[in-house]
Design a protein. Structure first.
Length: 132
């Protein structure tokens, strides 16, 4: 369910790094919790963000949620297709619904993120807490 070559945050973002470019999106768990996504607000190319800094929002029928940058970096590409088809986030959160691509400023920050196994365990724990 969660790609093994991605790293994950506790806020339910993912990043896949190739070279010094990281592709960022929200996880399947996040889109499921949000419900039907109706609007996405993303930054402009050239914007710089620190790790854990909000870079945009996802609006669903349930709520508006901030999206956080998994690592520090500069936005080099934005998925502009989501402006017209935000529901792609519900259909393909780990693929076509990537949000931004960033030039990673500090690769060492990646080591603080969860791998797929740790993230799945984290979700299970979250679900136990929610049902308790």
């Amino acid at each position: 369910m969660y790609p093994s070559d991605f790293r994950y945050t506790g806020e339910h973002e993912w990043i896949k790094v190739s070279g010094d470019i990281g592709t960022v999106g929200i996880t399947d768990y996040a889109q499921h919790e949000l419900g039907d996504v109706v609007f996405v607000e993303l930054p402009k190319v050239g914007a710089k963000f620190a790790a854990n800094q909000a870079f945009g929002t996802v609006e669903s029928v349930k709520a508006v949620s901030e999206i956080y940058c998994p690592v520090s970096g500069e936005v080099v590409e934005v998925n502009t297709a989501l402006a017209d088809t935000p529901e792609t986030i519900n259909k393909d959160p780990h693929g076509a619904a990537w949000l931004i691509k960033i030039k990673v400023a500090n690769a060492a920050e990646l080591s603080s993120l969860m791998d797929a196994g740790a993230y799945q365990a984290y979700i299970v724990e979250k679900q136990k807490e929610a049902s308790a």
